[in-house]
Design a protein around this ligand. Structure first.
Ligand code: NAP
Ligand code: ZN
Length: 354
């Protein structure tokens, strides 16, 4: 075992606070990673507050990890000490089922192992995430940070990026696709950047009038204020594809009305009960309502490489870990442009001096 240090929640109503714990000793195929940066996802907040009813405490969040390899198990072949690497939302899966063999480890038929709030497949111990100084991960789940990628800004690619990239690819968004992104937050702003890079005609649908100029600066061709009923009405049947990143339960009917016939509304935000809506909105026009969660390991590597090559980087506010509770408050108020990233060197300020 090695000593580890980070910020964890001890219960659903407690703020994140410094937390000492132990990481497992390296197994033969494990990589030990010193964490440099960790992105702050809205799922971190949902998890610690037990919004999804599955929290296990102490809960140490963080699944957008950029770091450097500091030690290796004896059988590791894919990485070497000093490599710059990344870890996303998954740290293990069965690697044998049809989903895993198809590169869909997140859909593992035995259940994949989350980077935090998961159970190690061998010992059953709780997995602890990236708001910490180092992490031990099986080598297949460690991604390579491509040369030239700005590591200070890359972390959100590991969740906000892949969660938007994977559905854009699956629903074949490409040059000229008329599409919209609902919610301009961490996921939404990556969805806009990636879709624009794919050549799509992108509209941002937002609750925040103040984000109009930002949306355009990110490359959006149009902006719709969801509270503007006449603008929403005028946009009916406009889009082939809508990516909905709203983090809470909400009425999807206004968005279904914006779909062309055969169009798809894909939910990636709310993990919740939705208010009922009239099925005529699906039957009429053969529209689809679907969901999508993160993406597989190979697809995440493909995205990291794509971002490095196309120079697509999240817009980040770099913070010290000591400011994490303030950052969560701001994220809840949709007041972040557009992802907080923790500079993990700041953890040293909390270490006792000898
Ligand atoms: P975020 O940074 O807080 O962004 C969410 C955005 O949604 C806000 O900026 C806001 O944009 C809009 N919004 C917030 N509250 C709203 C409300 N009550 N009604 C309508 N719009 C609202 O969050 P995030 O990190 O992007 O995460 C978004 C959601 O995706 C979270 O629920 C998270 O847990 C989930 N998630 C899912 C996956 C997956 O695998 N499917 C992966 C990661 C995260 P505007 O100001 O533009 O309206
Ligand atoms: Zn996330």
């Amino acid at each position: 075992m090695t000593k580890a240090f980070g910020y964890a929640a001890l219960g659903s109503a407690t703020p994140l606070a410094p937390f000492h714990f132990e990481r497992r000793a390296l197994r033969a195929n494990d990589v030990d990673i010193r964490i440099l940066y960790c992105g702050v996802c809205h799922s971190d907040l949902h998890s610690c507050r037990n919004d999804w009813g599955n929290a296990r405490y102490p809960l140490l969040p963080g699944h957008e990890i950029i770091g450097e390899v500091v030690a290796l198990g004896p059988e590791v072949t894919r990485h070497k000490v000093g490599d710059k690497v990344a870890v996303g939302c998954l740290v293990d899966s069965c690697m044998r089922c049809d989903s895993c063999e198809a590169g869909q480890e997140h859909n593992c038929e035995q259940g994949s192992t989350g980077t935090y709030n998961g159970k190690d497949r061998i010992t059953g111990e709780l997995t602890m995430g990236g708001y910490s100084d180092h992490v031990v991960v099986r080598e297949e789940f460690v991604l390579k940070a491509p040369h030239g990628l700005d590591l200070t800004r890359a972390a959100p690619i590991l969740c906000a990026g892949i969660t938007t990239y994977s559905p854009l690819r699956h629903w074949k968004v490409s040059k000229g696709t008329k599409m919209a992104v609902v919610g301009l937050g961490g996921l939404g702003h990556m969805g806009v950047k990636l879709a624009v890079a794919m050549g799509a005609d992108v509209t941002v649908i937002t609750t925040s009038e103040g984000k109009r100029a930002d949306a355009q600066a990110l490359g959006a061709h149009d902006v719709l204020l969801s509270s503007d009923r006449s603008a929403m009405k005028a946009a009916s049947r406009r889009f082939e594809f809508i990516l909905d990143t709203v983090p809470v339960a909400h009425d999807v009917a206004p968005y279904l009305r914006l779909l062309k016939p055969e169009g798809s509304l894909v939910l990636v935000g709310a993990i919740d009960m939705l208010p009922t809506f009239h099925t005529g909105l699906l039957l009429g026009g053969r529209r689809s309502l679907s969901g999508s969660a993160i993406g597989g390991i190979a697809e995440t590597q493909e995205l990291l490489d794509f971002c490095a090559e196309a120079n697509i980087l999240p817009d980040c506010e770099l913070i010290d870990i000591q400011d994490i509770n303030m950052a969560w408050d701001r994220m809840e108020r949709s007041d972040v442009k557009y992802r907080f990233v923790i500079d993990m060197a700041s953890l040293n300020k909390d270490r006792p001096t000898d």
